[in-house]
Write a protein that binds this ligand. Structure first.
Ligand code: HEC
Length: 243
């Protein structure tokens, strides 16, 4: 969630705004920090416009192991078209449609939207931007660019409500979040056991979590956790024929 190294590839270099490097290079740390700030994640969860909903939903489901449920059948599946001569950012349009107090929409959407808003600093391909180009309903550029707002408030990452400033901030918060680490361990356990973790797997999962946190003043890591799983009795005696 914090690395900014990148192995040179011409097309990706254009997205990341890198001139002409050779080999492994570092991306600007004020713009990129780990997996969630990479073009693959950002572009896959965008259409003609960015989708804070889809970006936020992935974080909620894959990084925090929490669901939001399916949208009601009568809920729209895309933003309303912009009225003629009205210019609004994607964020403003989404807030207007899904975050009005007293609607059924806000319960689900305030969670997803707020986890996705920090990533508005990247366009649909994952390029850094501080302004959004506003397109008319017929697809033409309106000539208007509006400032991006990446600030958000979330109660999903830590036990209380936190203020998030942008994508770099949310990545760092997630990498230090107890909830996100427990979720990671549960996904890892599911991966190496090849089944969903059950109540009897508590000790195994605790051990993995403790390895990530580290002992005394030695900070642990994901690499330590993987090593400790591989060295565990359970893993050594694992018989793939019996699953
Ligand atoms: C139970 C949770 C839930 C409720 C309630 C809900 N939605 Fe959603 N909504 C979702 C999810 C999940 C998605 C993402 C679906 C996907 O991945 O395609 C979504 C997607 C959307 C999108 C598309 C966003 C995009 O960028 O693709 C719009 C627009 C939307 N909802 C509007 C609404 C409105 C308006 C309401 C209230 C009338 C509403 N939703 C109620 C869960 C919900």
């Amino acid at each position: 969630m914090s690395t900014n190294s990148f192995v040179y590839d011409h097309s990706l270099a254009q997205i990341y705004g890198i001139a002409n490097p050779l080999g492994k290079v570092g991306l600007a740390s004020q713009h990129r920090a780990g997996l969630l700030t990479r073009a693959a994640f950002l572009s896959k969860r965008s259409g003609p416009l960015t989708s804070p909903v889809k970006r936020g939903l992935l974080i909620k489901e894959a990084f925090l192991c929490e669901g939001v449920g399916s949208p009601p059948p009568d809920a729209p599946s895309m933003l309303d078209p912009l009225p003629v001569d009205t210019y609004l950012t994607t964020r403003d349009r989404l807030e207007h449609l899904t975050m009005k107090a007293g609607t059924s929409c806000i319960n689900c959407h305030s969670t997803m939207n707020n986890l996705g808003f920090p990533f508005e600093m990247y366009d649909t391909l994952g390029r850094v931007r501080d302004k959004e180009r506003i397109f008319k309903t017929d697809g033409g550029f309106s000539g208007i660019e509006l400032p991006i707002n990446t600030k958000a408030e979330s109660k999903d990452i830590e036990s209380g409500v936190i203020q998030i400033s942008d994508a770099i901030d949310i990545s760092s918060r997630l990498s230090n979040s107890d909830k996100a680490l427990s979720c990671f361990v549960s996904k890892w356990t599911e991966f190496h056991l090849r089944r969903s973790p059950a109540s009897g797997d508590g000790c195994l999962m605790n051990e993995s979590l403790n390895t990530i946190y580290g002992k005394d003043s030695n900070q642990g890591s994901i690499q330590d956790m993987i090593k400790s799983t591989i060295r565990s009795e359970h893993f050594m005696n694992w018989n793939y024929l019996s699953k």
